[in-house]
Design a protein around this ligand. Structure first.
Ligand code: NAD
Length: 290
């Protein structure tokens, strides 16, 4: 296929490189002067999109996605697909899909989980929203860039799945970290805490697979001075998107709201920026109740 790839950052560059490696003809554009192995550089987003069967975008936020889509959609050929893999707000995902469909294009919102490691290894999970025909067109590319693609529903459903998952993740990480901090103060050994909780009803992905306590459980960013991994500011971004969506859908999400406030304080007022999101544990450890 002829593929246009817009947004060649930490995630987009390795994803585009994997598509090129698999034999697709990939033309890429980024505002920054980046070179990606196997990818031809275009001078603009519209140039990268012209004549492409599929245009993939991997951009920072919904506002930028809307601006890029406005430039790219008129340059695309009817029947081609616009596949946005960025994490953005549900409203932007739906607006871009509506514009693309009005221009005779197929559209998929397909945010990912798996991070930079998954992007490089081609093992991402895609959560997709859009028509059956749009999903089918994008699926062969998902199979190259990832190991699993779930068609979640109509436009916006991929973003909805992503932010609901990450709201659970943020809340569970905080719960796991505050429980460790309490266990410390009660004199409970961390390894014993892990042995019990990881096989009891408090188990979770954050405890069992991504334990925030160094030296306990499988290797995780905690064992590497809390270098990300998944940065606290990216968790904050996703929690904000979840609360923005909760606001527009009138959903009551008190734990998500609290998690957003805590990560905001951690990233913007304390020393959480640039740390993994599991660094909530040393944060709690240093504090008392007051
Ligand atoms: P990044 O900042 O490294 O990459 C974004 C790229 O977009 C940059 O290279 C930037 O120059 C480019 N860009 C910005 N505006 C542009 C424009 N108008 N035209 C063309 N290019 C433009 O970010 P990233 O880590 O690659 O993340 C991309 C998306 O993936 C985000 O939405 C993020 O939330 C999501 N995501 C990231 C991770 C992760 O672990 N990094 C995991 C899952 C999802």
């Amino acid at each position: 296929m002829k593929i246009g790839f817009i947004g060649l950052g930490n995630m987009g560059a390795p994803m585009a490189a994997n598509l090129a490696k698999a034999g697709h003809e990939v033309t890429g554009f980024d505002m920054a002067p980046v070179e990606v192995a196997g990818v031809t550089r275009a001078a603009s987003a519209a140039e990268a999109a012209r004549g492409a069967d599929v245009v993939v975008t991997m951009l920072p936020n919904g506002q930028i996605l809307r601006a890029v889509a406005a430039e790219v959609i008129p340059a695309m050929t009817a029947g081609a697909a616009l596949v946005d893999c960025s994490t953005v707000d549900v409203d932007s995902a739906r607006a871009v899909a509506a514009d693309a469909e009005a221009a005779g294009l197929l559209a998929v919102d397909a945010p990912v989980s798996g991070g930079i490691g998954g992007a490089a290894a081609g093992t991402l999970t895609f959560m997709a929203g859009g028509s059956e025909a749009a999903f089918d067109k994008a699926k062969p590319l998902f199979d190259i860039m990832g190991q699993k693609a779930v068609h979640c529903g109509d436009a916006g459903a991929g973003q909805a799945a992503k932010i609901c998952n990450n709201m659970i993740l943020g809340v569970t990480m905080i719960a796991t970290c505050e429980a460790f901090a309490l266990a410390d103060k009660l004199g409970l050994d961390r390894q014993k805490m892990f042995d019990v909780v990881s096989t009891s009803s408090g188990y979770s992905w954050t405890m069992n697979a991504y334990c925030p306590a160094p030296g306990v459980g499988p290797q995780s960013p905690a064992d590497n001075d809390y270098k990300p991994g998944f940065a606290a500011e990216l968790m904050l971004k996703d929690l904000r998107l979840s609360q923005q969506a909760a606001g527009s859908a009138d959903a009551d999400t008190p734990m998500g709201q609290l998690a957003e406030a805590l990560y905001a304080r951690f990233v913007e007022e304390e020393d959480g920026k640039g740390m993994d999101f599991s660094a909530m544990l040393p944060r709690f450890e240093k504090r008392g109740r007051g």
